[in-house]
Design a protein around this ligand. Structure first.
Ligand code: PGA
Length: 244
C-alpha cells in the first residue's frame, strides 16, 4: 500500500485531484468510481479549478458513484445526486450520459442494483475508485459486517453513520437505508485511492491499514488489493505508527 501524508487538507485534496487528472490524461475514457461526503469536497473543488484552467478533461470519462440514500428523489438536496452535480458535474465537461449514480427510488431496487453492476462491467470496469472512510471503517455504505464479496445492494446504515451524516450536513432527517456498491465491487477496481483527513479518522485509519483484515473493519479489505494509494493529512495519519 502506498501511503502518502500531507501537511493539511488542502495539500491532500490537491494531490488527490492530480491523481484523477493523471488518470484521465493517461486514459481519457477512464471509468471513475466517485465518492461523496465531506472528505472529497476539496478534491472536487480542485478538479473544477483545474478544468477551468484547461488542465483536465472529463469529456470522454465515465463515472459511477458509490452510493445513494434509499427513498430520496434525485433532486432532494440531501441526495448524493444533488451533491455530485453541485460539487463537480455542473462545473465540468462530463457527458451526462456517462454519469451514473445509484437510484434510491423505484419499485425494484434489487433489480436496479443488478443493472448497476452490469453497467459498470459494460463500461469496462472501474479504473480508479475514490473512497472516503467512515469513523466505523465503512467504505461506500458498507458498514461493519459487510462481506468482502458483497455487490451493489440495499444496506441498513449504522446508527452512528446516520447521526454523523446528519450532523455534518445539518439535515433534520436522513434515511436509514442506502444503495451501495459492495466491497466486492470496490475491490474489482483496477486502482483505489482512499482519502482521509482530520484527527477523528486517525484511529480507524490505523485499524484499517495496519490492523487485522476483518469484515468488522470494512476498509481493511483494501489491504488485500494490489494497487491502493492512501492520501492522508497529518492528523489522520497520527495513529499510524501505533502498533495495533
Ligand atoms: P466524510 O464521510 O467524508 O463525510 O467523513 C466519509 C464516509 O462516511 O465514508
Amino acid at each position: 500500500m502506498d501511503i502518502r501524508v500531507y501537511g493539511d487538507y488542502r495539500e491532500m485534496s490537491r494531490a488527490a485531484a492530480q491523481i484523477v487528472a493523471d488518470q484521465l490524461r493517461a486514459k481519457p475514457d477512464s471509468v471513475l468510481g466517485l465518492a461523496t461526503g465531506s472528505t472529497p469536497e476539496g478534491m472536487y473543488a480542485e478538479l473544477v479549478r483545474m478544468y477551468r484552467e484547461g488542465q483536465v478533461d472529463f469529456s470522454q470519462a465515465h463515472s459511477f458513484n458509490l452510493d445513494e440514500y434509499v427513498g430520496l428523489s434525485p433532486d432532494d438536496p440531501r441526495s448524493y445526486n444533488v451533491y455530485m452535480w453541485k460539487n463537480l458535474f455542473r462545473h465540468v465537461n462530463f457527458d451526462p450520459k456517462r454519469v451514473h449514480i445509484p437510484s434510491g427510488v423505484g419499485d425494484d431496487l434489487a433489480g436496479q442494483c443488478l443493472r448497476y453492476e452490469r453497467m459498470i462491467e459494460e463500461a469496462g470496469g472501474i479504473d480508479l475508485q475514490v473512497l472516503g472512510i467512515g469513523r466505523n471503517g465503512h467504505i461506500g455504505f458498507n458498514e461493519p459486517g459487510s462481506p468482502f464479496d458483497s455487490r451493489t445492494r440495499v444496506v441498513d446504515l449504522a446508527e452512528q453513520t446516520v447521526s454523523v451524516n446528519m450532523e455534518k450536513t445539518e439535515a433534520i432527517s436522513l434515511p436509514t437505508q442506502a444503495v451501495s456498491m459492495g466491497i466486492g465491487t470496490i475491490l474489482e477496481s483496477r486502482r483505489i485511492m482512499l482519502l482521509a483527513n482530520g484527527v477523528e479518522k486517525a484511529e480507524i485509519v490505523a485499524k484499517a491499514l495496519r490492523g487485522p483484515v476483518t469484515w468488522m473493519v470494512p476498509a481493511s479489505a483494501l489491504q488485500v488489493h494490489g494497487d491502493v494509494v492512501v492520501l492522508l493529512d497529518k492528523p489522520a495519519a497520527s495513529r499510524l505508527e501505533t502498533r495495533m
